[in-house]
Each structure stands twice: as C-alpha cells, then as structure tokens.
Design a protein around this ligand. Structure first.
Ligand code: ATP
Ligand code: ZN
Length: 225
C-alpha cells in the first residue's frame, strides 16, 4: 500500500462515538487494523489512515486542514466553531453528511423541586456548562441574561454543590439528571454525529476516494432506515 497519499480520517479514540465509527467503516468495506495502544491505525485494503484522538480535537484538526475527514458530534463541532468565530478567526470546512448515530440533546436542567416558568426563570442565574458558546447563543436568542460557570466535567453536580442554579448539559436518556435530582426544562440543541471534510481541496485521487466512501455511507444508512 502506498504510504504517501493516504486519506487521513480523525475519529474519537475512546468514547460514545468510537464503536459506531468503527462499525460504519467496516460496513463501508474499509478494513482497519485497530491497535488499542496506537494513535494511528491503517487500512489493509484502502489508502486510509485513522487518527484516534479526543473528540474535542477533531473540529480543530479539520478547520486547520491537518486531517482530511473527521466524524464528530454536531454539538462539539458547533461549539468549537462558535468559539473560533468569537475569537475573530475565520473558519471553513465541508459538512458532508449527518450520520444516524451519536444522537443526544443539549438541555437546560434545574433542581427537580424548583418551579419553572420558561427560560426567563433563569434570568441572571448562574448556569454550569461545558458548552458556553452554544449556551450563550441560545440565551442571547431568548434575550435572557445569565452568568456562566464553565466546567469540563461533573456539570450535573454543580447545583447540589452550590456552584450554579442550573446546568446546560448533554442528555440522552435523562437517567444522569434524575440521579442528581435534576429535571430537564428546555432543549437548546439537538445533535447527531456528522462527517466533515477540510475546506482546502483534496487531490483528485483522495477526493475520488471520499466520493466513493460517501456513496457507501449513503447506501449503509439508507439500508438501516
Ligand atoms: P473524549 O475523551 O474523546 O473527549 P468525551 O467524554 O468528551 O470524550 P463522550 O462522552 O464519549 O465524549 O461523547 C462524545 C459525543 O457523543 C458527544 O459529544 C455527543 O455528540 C455524543 N453523545 C451521544 N449521547 C450522549 C450522551 N448521553 N452524553 C454525552 N454525549 C453523548
Ligand atoms: Zn470530549
């Protein structure tokens, strides 16, 4: 296999997207030699290499043109995009397709015993989140001022710890909220995983491979609908 011109795909190393990403590649006929310890994995049958990273790094790797393709939750992609725009950077990438896994919602939640009368209830309150940019955009759209509390983990314990009045966090089943005495009061963003490509054009061979992969992904996803 030629080593110079491999298509570089960034995937989450370990987490909620990893298994679905590996399964999708397999269904698309891409054979990968996975090695748990290694950052890079190679395909046996196609000129593809997989970079296995933290999901948070994937948008930046695409925006900076370091890798060719990536699979990432729209929540993380858009949070990073808003962050860079707020910092005055211009960003460019191509969203090739939304995928049928990684579904979750970013929601506001408060103490289960507290009364809630719409988002205005949270005016001037402190809200704990790992998604400050998505939260700010939503609250600005609603015209409700709030105070930020940035936490990159343990967000759901912030109200009981007295750090914040509410949280803005990812939810899929709601079990974690319930376990922490919280109730979901507002969905602010719905997310799925998506396939993205760097903006800078790929050479003809690589682009042809991307087009083939995309056709296969469409086939796989239509079959499962
Ligand atoms: P990493 O170590 O790569 O930074 P992480 O802990 O930030 O991982 P995961 O919890 O593995 O991330 O979630 C990755 C993505 O999976 C989320 O950003 C989101 O798009 C999606 N996802 C789907 N369901 C859920 C859920 N219930 N909770 C959190 N994320 C979910
Ligand atoms: Zn992460």
């Amino acid at each position: 296999m030629q080593t110079q011109n491999r298509l570089k795909i960034a995937l989450q190393k370990k987490g909620r997207l990893s298994q679905d990403c590996a399964a999708l590649l397999k269904q698309c006929g891409v054979k990968i030699n996975w090695n748990e310890q290694r950052l890079i994995a190679y395909s046996e049958n196609l000129p593809i290499e997989i970079l296995r990273v933290r999901d948070d790094d994937i948008p930046g790797l695409i925006f900076d043109g370091v890798v060719d393709l990536g699979i990432i939750g729209e929540n993380v992609l858009e949070e990073e995009e808003l962050g860079r725009l707020a910092a005055g950077e211009t960003i460019a990438y191509k969203k090739l397709r939304q995928l049928d896994f990684g579904g979750c919602r970013l929601s506001l939640a408060i103490d289960r015993d507290q009364t809630y009368n719409g988002v205005q209830t949270l005016a001037n309150q402190r809200i704990a989140t790992s998604y400050p940019n998505l939260l700010r955009r939503y609250m600005q759209q609603q015209g409700v001022p709030f105070k930020n509390c940035l936490l990159n983990g343990s967000v759901e314990v912030a109200p009981s710890a007295g750090l914040a009045a509410a949280i803005c966090d990812l939810v899929s089943s709601g079990a974690t909220l319930e376990a922490n005495g919280l109730k979901e009061v507002e969905v602010i963003y719905r997310s799925k995983a998506c396939l993205i490509q760097r903006a800078e054009p790929l050479d003809t061979e690589k682009q042809a491979l991307v087009d083939r992969l995309l056709t296969r992904i469409q086939g796989v996803q239509q079959a499962s609908e």
